[in-house]
Design a protein around this ligand. Structure first.
Ligand SMILES: Cc1ncc(C[n+]2csc(CCOP(=O)(O)OP(=O)(O)O)c2C)c(N)n1
Ligand SMILES: [Mg+2]
Length: 336
């Protein structure tokens, strides 16, 4: 299902595609760089309005489990990324080098993570499937009264600044990046990335054993994006993304088994959207809500390089820029 970015986009520098919107490119395999870029972007949008953030990353697998094996990549290329750019291996090496953790401590984290995933998988297997009539129950929310409108002009100058793990489009500052991390941060980021990878691999097993049915989209290789973004988010922030959700259709699932492959919701988390790109204007709407109510949160609207060519993305950029909405358009560029 994945089309290569080169075949789908006339300009694959997604961070420059906002035109009037400034942009930032970040090495999406470096969790600390993603965190610093996210903090920078967060700070930027609360003062100036939207920004496009491209996280340049890599997915080892195909688009979904329906894509066979290594699909779009050669074995040699995958091997090379695993050896030289894998987000978990490189972060592990960094914190070992800095003396923040020992090999034994890293091993202990991995053992704990494995147990957590094994327990969750056992629970999913043991849990009951929801009854069919549950599908008819709905979720409601209240509507908003729009109160505010605000417009900004178009800046025609285009400048690109290249610095370390970042490229800046129409912004003259750069995130401050230092390798300084505490032991607690080292443990947390490493654990979270390992947890995601083990979870993805376990999901692949559950799919093969038919406990997960329908679609399954894995993101093995992209862990630094998720963890780095989350590390810089604040409790008042919102996030909206595309597919990948509650998978086993069991009663204990976060949408009580009704999420399917595409839909899951939690406070300040708006899915899980099956239509490629549809979450982006919705994310701009979430940011509009924050602005109207004078709240302090920002919205992270995540989409893939495959969604980046859709008209609705540019419509969302445009209105967000006009209305100076606190939204960060995060393009997860895995090149397919
Ligand atoms: C409007 C629309 N067109 C096509 C599809 C089928 N489809 C699902 S995912 C996908 C590719 C998305 O690629 P990308 O945005 O790069 O996401 P990635 O899986 O790489 O993160 C396509 C074409 C869809 N769900 N919605
Ligand atoms: Mg993609």
């Amino acid at each position: 299902m994945g089309t290569s970015a080169e075949r789908a986009a006339s300009n694959t520098d997604y961070y420059t595609r906002g035109d009037a919107l400034p942009g930032i490119w970040v090495d999406g395999m470096d969790v600390l760089a993603v965190k610093a870029a996210t903090s920078f972007a967060r700070d930027y949008v609360t003062k100036n309005g939207p920004i496009v953030m491209e996280t340049f990353t890599y997915r080892y697998s195909g688009h979904s489990m329906s894509d066979p094996g290594t699909s779009y990549r050669t074995r040699e290329e995958i091997q090379e990324v695993r050896q030289k750019r894998d987000p978990i291996t490189s972060f592990k090496e960094k914190i070992l080098e800095l003396g923040l953790l020992t090999q034994e401590e890293v091993k202990a984290i991995d053992v704990k993570v494995k147990k957590e995933i094994d327990d969750a998988a056992a629970k999913a297997k043991a849990d009951v499937e929801i009854p069919l009539e549950e599908l008819y129950t709905d979720i409601y929310s209240t509507c908003l009264e729009p109160k505010l409108r605000d417009c900004v002009g178009y800046n025609q100058a285009h400048r690109v600044l290249n610095k370390g793990p970042y490229k800046m489009y129409n912004i003259d500052e750069c995130p401050s990046h230092s390798a300084k991390i505490s032991k607690e941060m080292g443990i947390k980021y490493l654990r979270d990335m390992m947890l995601i990878r083990r979870m993805e691999n376990e999901c692949s097993n559950l799919y093969k054993s038919k406990l997960i049915r329908g679609f399954l989209h894995l993101c093995v290789g992209q862990e630094a994006v998720n963890v780095g973004l989350h590390a810089a988010m604040r409790p008042e922030d919102h996030l909206i993304t595309a597919y990948r959700s509650e998978l086993a259709g069991r009663e204990a699932g976060c949408s009580r088994g009704k999420g399917g492959s595409m839909h899951m919701y939690a406070p300040k988390f708006y899915g899980g959207n099956g239509i490629v790109g549809a979450q982006v204007p919705l994310g701009a709407g979430v940011a509009l809500h924050e602005k109207i109510l004078n709240k302090k949160g920002v919205c992270f609207a995540l989409y893939g390089d495959g969604a980046a060519n859709q008209g609705q993305i540019f419509e969302a950029y445009n209105i967000a820029h006009l209305m100076k909405l606190p939204v960060i358009f995060v393009c997860e560029n895995n090149q397919y």
